[in-house]
Design a protein around this ligand. Sequence first.
Ligand code: NAD
Length: 481
Amino acid sequence: MVSRVIPVDPFDLVIFGGTGDLARRKILPGLYRRFFDGQMPDEARIIGAARSEMDEAGYRDFVRDAIKEFSGKRNDPNMVSAFLEKLSYVAVDATGTDGWKDLAKTMRADVVKAYYFSVGPSLFGAIAERLHKYKIADDAARIVVEKPFGHDRESARALNATLAEHFDETQIYRIDHYLGKETVQNLMAVRFGNMLFEPLWNAQYVDHIQITVAETVGVGGRGEYYDRSGAMRDMVQNHLMQLLCLTAMEPPSKYDPDAVRDEKLKVIRALEPVEHSEIVRGQYKSKSESYLKDVENPESLTESYVAMKIRIANWRWNGTPFYLRTGKKMKARVSEIVVRFKEPPHSIFEEDTGQSANELTIRLQPNEGMDLTVTIKEPGPGGMRLIDVPLDMTFAEALGEEAADVPDAYERLIMDVIRGNQTLFMRGDEVEAAWAWTDPIIDGWTEREDRPFPYEPGSTGPEEALILMHRDGRRWRELRA
Ligand code: NAD
């Protein structure tokens, strides 16, 4: 099965921060893959814009190397050369005057204009202002802003206000690359495109839901940034919150940007404040390695792990908790949502038949896909013994290799920007609401000077996180890569 590739309209895409790490690893190789697959029209152009003085040839060499390293099996020299023809480079100073007139001259009139702010958030305001001042962006232009979108509600609100001075909300694309993942969109397809799940998708039939984003890496070279942020700000406020919203939201009336985002916002607003006793924070620590060493801050109280129990105060979810956990240096790299259904109200079989509850797992990584455990009879003449077996829906197997080679989240989202589709981007009020829920939790930790619990690198997190579940007679799904 081959997926259909529909070319987008001609565009000029400017990447501010076009020489940075994100541009090199994700944005530029992603754009190349869209070109390779035929989604980019002949008239498309990509303009790198950054502080470094560099000529066009130098930038093309930089991009060629990035493609070689990060574009996977599509690295074909002829295709790469053809793609590089689309590239140019302008040196700009985001906070000064250099380069802006050159950039203005580079832009064409009758094409979609998009500006990717792949720079630190402190530059968002300066760039927005200059795009306006130098008349580089028109009323139909789009800007793409990276995370982190603020540090708390106040700063997110200030950032929204700054961007709003120069751009309408319909022009602002706040990226959360989790929303660009194939499985995340499939979550909506499964929920709202089938009759099978939605009637059961509520507190009457669902015992609880687990959302896990576990990484095996530590803080890497981002120690200083991470230590100011921590797992709550870096992962929960954005990625896990988005997964929670898509899992918990009511069916939107249509698949339309505001209809979907209105429903997500309602979920965030219905979140109950989390009890102090229902959150566990951790820091990885062993004899040979530790979070404190990695961030070079022996006094740090920042968490590299957090687990919590969340309640949503609405009709659908009253009584069904959501358990969230995310951490670094964990046993396996896994992102998944597990919907654990209730056990049948009465068993007609003998007590020790082995029957248990159904579980639907939506895997974002590794092996994007879903599986559903169902209870069947164990084959053979051993009597009525029951076993749980998975109905596996790994996309690679179900759809064939070609369809499993789906676009990376970034490339899909950039094409959505060009198409002018905001469905998979966060709206300003959504981001502020998510911070409004996170802020009191973080403030509580700061006031109490809470020290995170240590956990062994390569483990499943602190003991206390297991207890959080055990207290409710539940347990985390095993972390399996
Ligand atoms: P980086 O430090 O590698 O690159 C920064 C880029 O900004 C460079 O191209 C630099 O030339 C440019 N720049 C800096 N100051 C400038 C100025 N005054 N004028 C013009 N250009 C200037 O950063 P990065 O890792 O690519 O991250 C970019 C943004 O994306 C950040 O907001 C980051 O939080 C976010 N982000 C990055 C990643 C990642 O994997 N790298 C992931 C998620 C979000």
